[in-house]
Design a protein around this ligand. Sequence first.
Ligand SMILES: [Zn+2]
Length: 142
Amino acid sequence: MTGLTRQTTPVVPATLYHYTCREHGEPGITHDQKLLPHKQPLLGRHLVWLTDLDTPHPWALGLTNYLLCCDRTQVRVTVHPWVCKDICGVHAWWHYRRTIHPVLREAVEQTGMPMHWWVTELPVPIDTITPAAHGGKAYTRA
Ligand SMILES: [Zn+2]
């Protein structure tokens, strides 16, 4: 990643969360014991998406089911980025977004509250995997 300036780097929280579904997300994360970057289709970059929200707000996190048929707010993965060298490469989205073409970042930001997003291009070791606070919602196929 290039073009980032040190003096405005926001402080990465001690605890961040990743929300996923039981069916597709949880098994691999449990196996790996880390969050691995996955390709974001719009951006064409491999990223781990994190948030500082401790309960899942599907709209805020861009996890609504418009494009996917599963509930990606069922499971909460807790991480502590400061256990890694270089904070696991975690950046505030509103900092990282400067490296992305304006048209693309606007498309990504259409769904959600980007102020609560944190991203990294590196794997992040996990602390715990628990059911999300609201217990998930029923799986429904649109
Ligand atoms: Zn799924």
